[in-house]
Write a protein that binds this ligand. Structure first.
Ligand code: IDC
Length: 297
């Protein structure tokens, strides 16, 4: 269960390469009903997922924007517990999005990661994702690194070695910037690439290839095969090209999103009211694709 990062790879205690593959929740405050053991078990047994990402928005009505924080902590606690019982991994995500400058909520993030890293220090299956998608014209990798260099030590004080995922600039696309200026304590740190296949193509894949060639460990903690709005048509051809790159390099991947929202990135159809045990006919097109993709790997 225990993971570490070696070179560009995630490995287990026996030194074998491990690839995490799974599904991300939608915003925890928006779709809490899918944080159940049954839902995760369906994803494990039928979809062959081995990781669940718990996306906790900071804005968009989330942790720093009106949600009941203790309710969110309770959902995370359940998510961590269910994944542990099921032998899956679990990612605790600080989901910045409209608040694209991670430094803006650095103090809140430190307090948050102090609490969760203390609570889950003994949980080998937990990974921490410290800033979903830094974005904005004035947000630089130096800003993200400055943020990471304060948040990582807060986690490390409690949890010496669980894997930490660091988002990158331009909505977590600029992974090629990290090698020349990595975070200070880079033990068991991976850098995050997100892509939406109908929007992000060759030039974004080239960034990943460059990062890997420079020794940067890359983790795809969120992607879909629709466009960057989370909606629109699916691009199967670009999705294949992305999967080829990820497969060749054993890169972990997590599909966005577990909900029945009326949008193409939601894996369930809008009229599907089941919270687990889904059949093929309950799945949106992106859900069918993701399920097949997970089952084939
Ligand atoms: C989208 C959701 C959508 C929601 C919107 C704002 O799919 O239902 O209304 O966020 O909360 C990301 C983000 C992710 C986005 C997704 C699609 O990490 O939160 O979800 N996306 O736009 N980055 C690129 C795309």
């Amino acid at each position: 269960m225990k993971l570490h990062v070696e070179g560009t790879h995630l490995k287990n205690a026996s030194g074998e390469i491990v690839r995490l593959k799974g599904v991300s929740s939608h915003g925890l405050q928006m779709y809490p009903e899918y944080i159940t053991k049954d839902a995760f078990q369906t994803l494990r047994d039928d979809w062959k997922a081995n990781v669940i990402r718990l996306a906790m928005y900071t804005q968009e009505g989330g942790f720093l924007d009106g949600s009941d924080q203790e309710e969110l902590f309770a959902l995370i606690d359940n998510g961590v517990k269910y994944t542990k019982e099921l032998g899956m991994y679990c990612i605790i995500d600080w989901h910045i999005l409209s608040d694209g400058q991670p430094l803006d909520h650095k103090e809140e993030a430190k307090k948050y990661f102090e609490r969760v890293s203390k609570a889950y220090a003994s949980c080998d299956h937990v990974l921490y994702e410290i800033c979903n998608e830094p974005n904005g014209d004035d947000v630089t990798w130096a800003d993200v690194k400055a943020y990471a260099d304060e948040v990582i030590p807060v986690i490390r004080k409690n949890d010496k070695d669980n894997v930490i995922l660091v988002g990158t600039t331009t909505w977590s696309q600029d992974v090629e910037e990290c090698a020349k200026n990595p975070v200070k304590d880079s033990k068991n740190v991976m850098y995050v690439c997100h892509f939406y296949a109908a929007s992000h193509k060759d030039d974004k894949r080239a960034k990943v290839a460059q990062a890997l060639s420079e020794g940067t460990p890359v983790f795809v903690s969120e992607f879909s095969i629709c466009d960057a709005s989370g909606n629109g048509a699916l691009d199967y051809e670009q999705a294949d090209k992305w999967m080829q790159l990820l497969d060749e390099n054993h890169i972990s991947f997590i599909g966005w999103n577990l909900s029945n929202k009326d949008e193409s990135s939601a894996v369930l159809l809008p009229d599907c009211k089941k919270l687990s045990g889904w059949d093929e006919k309950d799945l949106n097109e992106s859900g069918k694709w993701l399920r097949n993709t997970l089952r084939n790997r």
